[in-house]
Design a protein around this ligand. Sequence first.
Ligand code: F6P
Length: 377
Amino acid sequence: MARTTTRKVGILTAGGDSPGLNAAIRGFGKTAIGHYGMELFGFRDGITGLVENRYVELDGKALSGILTVGGTILGTSRDKVHRFPVDGEPQDMVPTVVENYRALGLDALIMLGGGGTAKNAKRLLDAGLNVVHLPKTIDNDIAETDTSFGFATATEIATDAVDRVHSTAHSHHRIILTEIMGHRAGWLTLAAGIAGGADIVLIPEIPYTVESVAETIKARTARGSSFSVIAVAEGARDVDDTSDYQAAQLLVKAAKTPEAKRAAKAHLAHVEDAQREHSFRLARELEAATGLESRVTILGYVQRGGTPCAADRLLATRLGAAAADLVARGEFGVMVAARGESTEAVPLEDVAGRVKLVPLDHAWIQAARQVGTGLGD
Ligand code: F6P
């Protein structure tokens, strides 16, 4: 056994489920238990289990056979540790978590999750816990890491869907809009749209106009193509909706008191809700503008399902193993970032609260434009 003073470690999965979570639990667990002789405790359902002190000891047997399993064997939730619902009222449960962590005699806590989990991890770090965060999300929107596990698998799934809707598009001479996840970022839609050969790719970072999208379709028709396939991000918006959304975001940023922030966040949620059906509205507008029948396919949770692809299994395993090495060396308060073929420990304060959006000069955007893909602008 390699030497370390770290003996007992907790691990949890939080936020949206994602392919690769179990591969990461396995990568961390096999290294921590097998290489360093640590004891591992898995908290159920993310932050909820940590608050409610619900956990299970994970041994070699528990980790066997989970590399290829989708979702998370521990369960997950989207709860926030500082606004945890108690009888319907948000409560700060950080002290309770610290108490549970100390009572179990933990030396460290591994938190697998996305941007929200990084914020939870930072709060627990500030309360004195030894935390390490692993970047998980199909959205690939976590700052300071090349990528996150879940993204590669979701790209495969969404690309397959874009491939497949081409059949009905060319058979029926239709416009097919395939709505792809990604929350507030366009990474997944851009990747799957390019890989799937979509004729138009609409992402949140590039507000679109119906006129521009219709022009691209009409130009295709003039060249003899009787159909078009559009990959549209769930967070994509036209120019007008984008200005409404950005105005609502500014109100949240400008809010000075907790009450004002809550009101501004409620308004932002209302605006997001009102814009949620944007793909169906765009389909109707394009049908009117081009005379082509339009249909919408929302990929939804299919993109998060099933076994992780090889790339995600490899990424999750190496991030998990690297996290175990960090914890063994007593390095905490960091996210294990993917950096090329290797990893890098990035301070949590550089990650928490930030979202990685697609830069407008990104190589993927340039490549899309060079092959003639319409981007709605
Ligand atoms: O963060 C992953 C994700 O799938 C986003 O792409 C999507 O917007 C969100 O989760 C859906 O959240 P929920 O699983 O809570 O419906």
